[in-house]
Write a protein that binds this ligand. Structure first.
Ligand SMILES: [Zn+2]
Length: 557
């Protein structure tokens, strides 16, 4: 039933492979990745106007993607266009657009027109569809839904812009080899016993029943400390990851086929894939923001000067707070809304550990990993995934690109942990034990509630989570899932405290700027840990782990 590793399929889909969702993932990942850029040279570019009447190649008429400026239209140009000449007729699949490099100006909506001759006739790509523009940090690939079109001249027609009509652009060509067989990554194999993997389309949930269940849960928790009652909100975050629409948005961003090529499968295929995934997430997908770059002049010399109330739009994407940073160069103030909506985070792709762990846990779920969002009450968050090969939950910290290094916080960062609570879509569990070598030292620090209260709250929330998640499944499927979860829970409860440590666990925190880490007391538990953290600040933990080839082979007794 389950296929391990990669399936290579030429041409038609092989319907005998019982992994429809995994196949869809691989294909989705292939859809946009790997389209080559035409790299149209500067002297083959023209425009309706240019700021300061600059000539192609000069500052305001340098629209190549690697430009340190951009093409900028004249302010009074009411119908701007920017033209790229391929030199000969090519198979145009779309365009790639980026913001101006050296200040916060970009096109927010645009259309694309195509022609064989500069004199026309021009035809609108995708029947005149308006494409979304880039953001300041992230270029956009606009690929035609109607398929690629033959043309020599490509015109980008900005419809709206931010601050000024400026852009960098290039043409995406259809792949030279469209029949290249896709390489499909089958990830379903490690979710054995996970009924969700093979579920039919989303069933309409009964809102009224859901609210009744929630009210019953709240009644059960009502006598407990508020902090425990608030844990229900953390559960609803992970339940949100189950939305199929959201998962498919995440899958569109993950270069699954790109990731598989350098797999080293020691310790289990899913662990090897995770190692690649977390590196990609840290080094290519997400970025860390201490303070945002100035959206006016592009300077990174900004300083947080206060907080602001979120606008209705920011609230819509679940930003409860907005930090305001002032630019030391131009004085402009840039807002940094702390979004909690994972769909929004797939676009902004930046933040601190809250945003990282939120978005990364969604990425894990969308790939079929059973995942937990772990809340450390001393102010950190990370992810755990279930490894079928190793039959246990494995720690993953996306901010640090750290895998299976649970002691890094206590031993490396020097944290004094108290409570670490893991939230999965169908259970909630106290996972503190995995992250400490000494429960005797840790337990006296747990003063926010009694152990009995904690147990009561977590078991009530856990029961609610399981009931909710199984409600739409037939009884035999639900029963099997209950048995599996209770077996895993029993094994987890009796696991010993971690004894081994790998090199990554001896390193202080590497994410965030050094002063910020030092202020939080997380730069390192010892001088050696601090030194290593500073050395690894750019590279992340791979450098520390590079010499440690045994880390994935060391398991708890
Ligand atoms: Zn500025």
């Amino acid at each position: 039933m389950y296929i391990l590793g990669l399936i290579r399929i030429g041409g038609q889909l092989d319907e005998s492979v019982p992994l429809p969702r995994a196949l869809a993932r691989g294909l989705a990942a292939q859809k946009h990745s790997g389209l080559p850029l035409a790299k149209v040279p500067q002297n083959a570019r023209k425009a309706s106007s240019s700021f300061g009447d600059d000539q192609p190649g000069q500052k305001h008429h340098s629209g190549t993607l690697d430009s340190s400026s951009a093409w900028c239209a004249k302010k009074e140009d009411t119908a701007p266009w920017y033209q790229l000449d391929l030199g000969e007729v090519g198979n145009v699949a779309g365009v790639m657009l980026a913001a101006r490099s050296d200040c916060g100006q970009w096109v927010t909506r645009f259309r694309v027109e195509l022609a064989d001759s500069e004199d026309g006739p021009w035809t609108s790509a995708d029947d005149g569809r308006e494409f979304d523009g880039p953001s300041f940090a992230n270029p956009v690939r606009a690929v035609f839904d109607n398929g690629s079109q033959l043309a020599r001249f490509v015109r980008i027609m900005p419809v709206s812009h931010r601050n000024h009509c400026s852009l960098r652009a290039d043409v995406l060509l259809a792949s030279a080899d469209p029949d290249k067989p896709p390489v499909i990554v089958a990830l379903g194999n490690f979710s054995v016993g996970d009924p969700f993997e093979f579920s039919t389309p989303e069933v309409q949930t009964d809102r009224m029943l859901e609210e009744q269940h929630l009210a019953m849960l709240q009644a059960k928790l009502s006598s407990l400390p508020p902090k425990l009652q608030h844990q229900v909100a953390s559960l609803s975050t992970v339940q949100g990851y189950e939305k199929k629409q959201l998962q498919s948005q995440a899958l569109d961003e993950i270069p699954v086929c790109g990731l598989d090529s350098s797999l080293d499968s020691s310790g289990g295929y899913e662990i090897a894939f995770m190692r690649m995934l977390v590196r990609w997430f840290k080094h290519e997908f997400f970025s860390w923001t201490n303070t945002p770059r100035c959206e006016n002049c592009g300077s990174s010399e900004t300083k947080t000067v206060g907080r602001a109330d979120p606008t209705p739009e920011e609230q819509h994407f679940l930003a409860n707070t907005v930090e305001v940073a002032a630019c030391s160069k131009c004085g402009h103030q840039t807002r940094f809304p702390r979004y909690n909506d994972p769909a929004k985070l797939l676009q902004t792709r930046t933040g601190r550990c809250g945003e990282w762990a939120n978005c990364f846990t969604l990425v894990c779920r969308s790939l079929g990993y059973e995942a937990r969002h772990v809340h450390d009450w001393t102010d950190h968050v990370w992810t755990e995934i279930f490894s079928e090969s190793n039959r246990r939950w494995v720690h993953v910290d996306s901010c640090e690109a750290a895998l299976d290094s649970p002691l890094m916080y206590e031993k490396g960062w020097g944290k004094k942990l108290t409570y670490c609570i893991g939230f999965a879509r169908d259970h909630v569990v106290d996972v503190t034990k995995r992250y400490t070598q000494s429960l005797e030292e840790l337990m006296p620090r747990r003063t926010q509630c009694s152990e009995e209260e904690l147990k009561k709250a977590l078991s009530a929330i856990s029961e609610f989570a399981l009931d909710r998640s199984l409600i739409q499944y037939p009884e035999p499927v639900a029963a099997a899932r209950r048995i599996l979860l209770s077996e895993r829970a029993a094994a987890e409860a009796t696991a010993h405290l971690p004894k081994v440590s790998n090199a990554a666990e001896e390193v202080g925190r590497t994410s965030g700027d050094a002063a910020w880490r030092a202020r939080r007391g997380e730069l390192g538990s010892s001088e050696a840990a601090k030194q290593k953290a500073l050395e690894c600040s750019e590279s992340g933990l791979e450098q520390a782990m590079a010499s440690d080839s045994t880390m994935f082979l060391v398991f708890l007794p």
